[in-house]
Design a protein around this ligand. Structure first.
Ligand code: C2O
Length: 565
């Protein structure tokens, strides 16, 4: 206790000395570079921690391991590993009253989210007006566009610690909170936009980049005279260019024609949504509980198209391809909301494909909670369990086709022939053992390993075979992406439009120290192995192929096969 008081006094003295600087940091809510800012934030962090305890903050008595932020202790955080930012909301130095979430009164009419490429002019005018008003609100209004954007920054950079666990940050990416948190965020965003123009039927459009007609960025986002325009984007990706759902930043990457890109996108979607996502954690990402250190596996769609499109949209002139290319800045771009409206729709699509059998029922997930301001400026505490029924939330998605459902990729080479070619390679010593511990293997070039499948098992229909790339360590600040192929015999066929493609690791660094832990990539391959006629083999060949030059900052410890019940 004596020690706590001592730290408190030193902190206070330091803060007083620093106060001109720190208050400027607090007010400006802007990006600060490392140096004095970092020092001040460390001290502020300590101060807030002790203050919370001295104020009789809640004790560690909670049984549940649901995650939630300690709202009174927001602090500086890393937007990029080399960039300190401050995106905390003002006014939370002491606790702020909140209400528990209540479902909206059954609305009439239901808000129908429509595909962005089918909007009529009058809707675009209306949305433009709502967004312009939102952008003109002052920063201290939590409904303002700037504050909406900061919400995303807070939860992707580790600006909050978990309630009752003062040294464990909250992070909503790369975890099972990815889908529900973003649903909450755009739910409130949508309601605020509607209330600003007095229209309770207002619904956020979705950019359906998974259907061919709308793969280019919707036109209204590139209208310079609208509120949808944003300068920090990659202009070479403007329409009519089709979005690359499997995007890698490198210039030497083959530039595909639009038709070719559409074909690749649809087959890629099939792997990410269907064959690679047949178990809950493959799609949702790993379990993440309070005080749990960190969850290390990202879901298929979060890697790509989610991360890949963030990168595709951001400006190549900025160090982290800001704004969309980094999470601390992403929500400053209006297209973020149409992107996430589509992600939200794909979550529903996946639930439907699997008849909701794969929905998470774990109370730690269901009870995880966050706080958002609603359209009436009330602070609302909302739990994951509150957002699982979109009808009750008062919105729906206009039905569109899922053309990727029937784009199951074919093998690039007849499987028997492929096996012979691979055996030849193996004899020439071009195949390695799959364990690279203790030092790890740097991904500075593609390589193939032979992975043995665990001894023949009684066939269990429900089981999913997964390839696990483990001990992935990413150094540096750059976007990294590498791909995994199975029984790939011809390197020129390295393309997600072929069945040999098992999945991708597309990673946007950031999120503070806790995000530097080693990760795993887990890829569901049962259907793929059947299609490649390899489901009876005792081993498979796995090729890891770096897609970005920055993979020279990545090392992995090994590759193995595991089954998920
Ligand atoms: Cu929280 Cu699309 O990112």
């Amino acid at each position: 206790m004596a020690e706590k008081k001592w730290i408190l006094m030193v902190s206070l003295a330091f803060i007083m000395v620093m106060s001109p600087l720190s208050s400027r940091i607090m007010e400006s809510a802007q990006v600060q570079h490392l140096n004095m800012g970092e020092l001040a934030s460390l001290v502020l962090g300590k101060f807030q921690f002790w203050a919370t305890v001295d104020n009789g903050g809640e004790k560690k008595t909670v049984e549940s391991r649901a995650i939630g932020p300690n709202m009174t202790a927001c602090h500086h955080s890393y937007g990029r590993p080399d960039l300190l930012v401050y995106c905390c909301p003002p006014g939370f130095e002491k606790s702020v009253p909140f209400v528990d979430f209540e479902l909206p009164e059954p609305p009439s009419p239901v808000k129908v989210r429509r595909p962005a490429h089918l909007l009529d002019e009058s809707f675009i005018v209306k949305y433009n007006k709502a967004l312009s008003i939102m952008k003109s609100l002052p920063y201290d209004d939590p409904r303002s566009f700037a504050r909406q954007a900061e919400l995303h920054c807070q939860f992707c950079t580790g600006a909050y610690e978990q309630l009752n666990y003062s040294d464990t940050p909250v992070n909503i990416h790369r975890t099972w909170l990815f889908f529900p948190w973003h649903r909450m965020m755009i739910y409130f965003h949508e309601r605020i936009l509607g209330s600003l123009i007095g229209d309770d039927s207002f619904a956020l459009p979705f950019w359906a980049w998974d259907i061919p007609e709308s793969m280019p960025m919707p036109d209204y986002y590139v209208d310079e005279n609208s509120a949808f325009f944003h300068t920090e984007r990659d202009f070479s990706h403007f329409p009519p260019r089709v979005a690359d759902l499997d995007y890698t930043t490198d210039q030497n990457h083959p530039h595909r024609s639009n038709d070719e890109q559409i074909d690749v996108n649809l087959k890629f979607m099939y792997t990410q949504m269907v064959s690679g996502a047949r178990k809950t954690e493959l799609f949702m990402g790993c379990t993440y509980r309070a005080n749990d250190g960190y969850c290390d596996t990202t879901g298929t769609v979060e890697h790509a198209p989610h991360n890949t499109l963030h990168t595709w949209l951001g400006s190549s002139l900025n160090p982290g391809r800001e704004d969309m290319g980094k999470f601390y800045s992403a929500a400053k771009d209006p297209i973020f909301y149409a992107h996430h409206s589509n992600i939200d729709r794909l979550w529903e699509a996946w639930r439907k494909i699997n008849n909701r059998r794969l929905d998470i029922t774990d109370p730690d997930w269901l009870d995880s909670f966050f706080f958002f301001y609603d359209e009436n400026l009330k602070l609302v505490k909302i739990k994951v369990r509150d957002v699982l029924d979109i009808t009750k939330l008062g919105y729906s998605f206009e039905e569109v086709d899922h053309p990727w459902l029937n784009h199951r990729p074919p093998p690039s080479v007849p499987p028997k022939q492929a096996r012979q070619m691979l055996k030849l390679k193996e004899n020439k010593n071009q195949v390695f053992v799959p364990d690279f511990r203790p030092d790890g293997r740097v991904l500075d070039g593609s390589f193939t390993v032979k992975v043995f499948r665990p001894a023949k098992r009684e066939s269990k229909e429900e089981e999913e075979e997964t390839i696990v790339v483990y001990g992935i360590e990413v150094k540096g600040n750059d976007y990294v992406k590498f791909d995994v192929y199975v029984n790939l015999s011809d390197e020129t066929k390295m393309n997600p439009k072929f069945r040999e493609f098992a999945g991708t690791f597309a990673h946007i660094p950031g999120g503070g120290a806790a995000m530097k832990k080693k990760m795993k990539l887990r890829l569901g391959v049962s259907e793929l192995l059947k299609d490649l006629e390899a489901d009876e083999d005792e081993s498979i060949w796995v090729t890891v192929s770096p897609a970005t030059v920055s993979c020279s900052n990545v090392s992995i410890e090994g590759i193995k096969i595991e089954y998920i019940e």
